[in-house]
Structure formats: structure tokens, C-alpha cells
Design a protein around this ligand. Structure first.
Ligand SMILES: Nc1ncnc2c1ncn2[C@@H]1O[C@H](COP(=O)(O)OP(=O)(O)OP(=O)(O)O)[C@@H](O)[C@H]1O
Ligand SMILES: [Mg+2]
Length: 359
């Protein structure tokens, strides 16, 4: 993959096809190259009222194309070499992947200083908005929705890790990167940080990117990246989905506590209902909640080798929803203080009267 002249490469390709006079028929890539004029028109010149949100790399605007299709346009901030790289990775990676749980790329514009990425518009915005943002008070995420979002996001990751060729590590799994379509189906977004893994390579060492609170320890400390870093982030996301707690909370006095440190004592004491989001008002399936927490604890194991694969995670999540008592294998777990605790031998899915003891 050549990142440096990525946009030039595309422009050359487009140019030759236009010269052939068969631009539409001959296109062999699944996205469109938009004109700046069309995107300015669609977003009302990137009007403030059209702005949906802002991230580390730019702002996102709602728009409607001349064909009446709703789109989301990410306008990257000023073009540094780093941002150019992000743009190239995002377009390259997104152009390759197609899955019901991954946010589809519609196209892009690259010219002068402007880099615009065009996505399908997701009317229910991001999981972040529903868990902690403007939409949180609407309580639109009931228990079945939360569970199907968890499974959908996990399935998107299974595709990236195991089915895409080469395999893709997302590296920035978090609530704002899980978008929700009109049916509240999860779409994993933002592959700008993605790392393509050549066949036969088990991990890569790289500069740390991603978001605090979701970073696997071996990645945060040594930049060691593998699929299991995404599994760790997904574990944090699972806890966030069921509890609506943020991955890191600032306690009075300025001490920071991560969500695993918060969940673990409640879980060990069997105080499960305390973990569930109070906005659910008790309307959740206790068995499923226990199972999700156990899965999350496995995913956030400090040792990457002990974390499950996303294939296992999907299987366990679905097993819980089918109410089959599928076993989650035994594991040890190191907590944030370096103390090792052992999860129950053969984590059978406990029933309500088992009094859940995970020690
Ligand atoms: N396709 C989309 N449809 C609807 N809303 C979107 C879409 N893409 C992004 N958004 C909204 O725009 C916000 C900003 O997204 P953006 O990816 O720029 O930043 P972020 O995810 O918060 O942080 P980061 O830059 O680290 O990815 C998101 O939280 C989401 O609510
Ligand atoms: Mg994002």
C-alpha cells in the first residue's frame, strides 16, 4: 500500500478513466469521488447548523446529496503529513471492507487543502451520545437493544480480525466509534487508526494511538499491537454498554478509577444489579448481565494471550442470548493493582440462585 501519494494515485486512476470516456462503467472500486461543489452544496457550505460532531481529526457534517441521499461528511483539519496519512488509511481500508456492522464509505474528495470523507449518515448517531451524551436522557437503549448493539459491534470486529484480507486491527474501538442506524444496528466506524496486518505476523510494534481508558496495557506501555488490543477495548465497551459508566471516572480528590476497577468488587460480591445502568430501571436480564460482565472480564485480562478471540466473544454473547448454558473457559485475571485473582473454575453461566462467586 502506498500512502504517500494516495490521492494522486486515485486522481490518476480517475483521470485515465475519464479520458477513456467510460468513467462510470469502468470503475472498479466501490466508492465515489465527489466534487467539492457537490459536497459544499450538500452541507450548505459546511454550515454550523449542519455540524453533527467533532473529533480529533476534524468535524462531521450532515448533508443531503442532489439525489436526496443523507450523508455524513468528515472534514479533516488542516493537512499535516500525519493527517494525510490518516486520510489515506481511512479511505484505503474503508474502501476494502463491506459488512453489515461496519460503517460504509460512500466516497471522498481530495483536492488542495481539503480532505473530505463521505459516509452513510447514521440517524441514531453514536453509542456515546446515548450512553453519556445529549441522547442519554431519552433512554432509547433498552436491554435488548444494548445486547444487539454489543453483538453487532463484536461481529464487525470478527470480520476485521478474521475475514478481511489482510486482517485489520481497528485500534480505536470506543463508544463514539460505534454508530447506530435507523434500526439501532451497530456500525463500527473510523478506521483511520487501523493497522493492516500481513499474513503470518502475530503482532506489530507501533506508536500508540487510540483513546485513554480503552487501551490494552501492553499497547499503552510498549506499543505492542495485535487483535487482542481490540478485544481489550471491546471488553471496556461491554462494561460501558451495560452500566453507562465512563471508561475512566474522576473521583473526588482527582483520583482516577477505571471501569474494570469499579466493576470487579461489585462482581466479586455478587452485587450484580448495582452494575446495571440505573436508567434501565431494573428492566434487564440478570443472567445475560452476569454473562456479559464475565465476558468483559475475560476480554480485559492483562495478559493478551489470555483474552478470547472475537469469534469466541460473539459465540459467548449469542450463547447468553439463546439462554443456553454455554461455558466460558477458566481464566486468571490480574487486576489494576497487580493482584492476581482466579475466576471460578469453569465459568458456568450462573443462575440467579447460584449467588455468583467469582474470586
Ligand atoms: N456517519 C455518521 N453518521 C452520524 N453521525 C456521525 C457519523 N460519523 C460521525 N458522527 C458523529 O460525529 C461525532 C464525531 O465523530 P469523529 O469520528 O470525528 O470523532 P470521535 O469519534 O468523537 O473521536 P475520534 O476523532 O477519536 O474518532 C461522533 O461522535 C458521532 O456522533
Ligand atoms: Mg470517531
Amino acid at each position: 500500500m502506498k500512502f504517500k501519494c494516495f490521492s494522486c494515485f486515485l486522481c490518476d486512476k480517475e483521470q485515465s478513466q475519464i479520458q477513456n470516456g467510460k468513467e462510470k462503467k469502468k470503475r472498479d472500486y466501490p466508492w465515489e469521488i465527489y466534487t467539492l461543489k457537490e459536497l459544499l452544496r450538500a452541507t450548505n457550505n459546511f454550515h454550523q447548523d449542519n455540524k453533527i460532531g467533532e473529533g480529533g481529526f476534524g468535524s462531521v457534517y450532515w448533508g443531503r446529496t442532489s439525489k436526496g441521499v443523507e450523508i455524513a461528511v468528515k472534514r479533516l483539519k488542516t493537512m499535516t503529513a500525519k493527517a494525510e496519512m490518516e486520510f489515506a488509511v481511512e479511505v484505503e481500508v474503508l474502501g476494502r471492507v463491506r459488512h453489515k456492522n461496519l460503517l460504509g464509505l460512500r466516497g471522498f474528495y481530495a483536492g488542495g487543502e481539503e480532505r473530505l470523507i463521505v459516509y452513510d449518515y447514521m440517524p441514531n448517531h453514536s453509542l456515546l451520545n446515548h450512553l453519556h451524551g445529549q441522547l442519554a436522557t431519552d433512554s432509547l437503549l433498552d436491554w435488548p437493544r444494548r445486547m444487539s448493539i454489543a453483538i453487532g459491534a463484536a461481529e464487525g470486529l470478527v470480520y476485521l480480525h478474521h475475514e478481511a484480507n489482510p486482517h485489520i486491527i481497528h485500534r480505536d474501538i470506543k463508544a463514539s466509534n460505534v454508530l447506530l442506524d435507523s434500526e439501532f444496528e451497530a456500525k463500527v466506524a473510523d478506521f483511520g487508526f487501523a493497522k493492516l496486518i500481513p499474513e503470518g505476523v502475530s503482532h506489530l510494534t507501533t506508536r500508540v494511538k487510540g483513546t485513554l481508558g480503552y487501551l490494552a496495557p501492553e499497547y499503552a506501555m510498549w506499543g505492542k499491537v495485535s487483535e487482542s488490543c481490540d478485544v481489550y477495548s471491546f471488553g471496556i465497551l461491554l462494561l460501558e454498554i451495560v452500566s453507562s459508566k465512563k471508561p475512566i471516572e474522576k473521583l473526588p480528590g482527582g483520583v482516577k478509577r477505571d471501569i474494570v476497577q469499579w466493576v470487579t468488587p461489585h462482581f466479586q460480591k455478587g452485587n450484580i444489579t448495582h452494575i446495571a445502568d440505573s436508567k434501565l430501571k431494573g428492566r434487564f436480564d440478570l443472567e445475560q448481565l452476569k454473562r456479559v460482565i464475565m465476558i468483559a472480564i475475560r476480554c480485559t485480562d492483562n495478559s493478551p494471550e489470555k483474552r478470547p478471540s472475537m469469534v469466541e466473544v460473539v459465540e459467548w454473547l449469542k450463547g447468553g442470548l439463546g439462554r443456553r448454558k454455554k461455558e466460558i473457559p477458566n481464566s486468571t485475571h490480574t487486576n489494576g493493582d497487580g493482584e492476581i485473582r482466579r475466576t471460578q473454575s469453569k465459568l458456568k453461566i450462573p443462575s440467579d440462585d447460584d449467588g455468583l462467586k467469582i474470586r
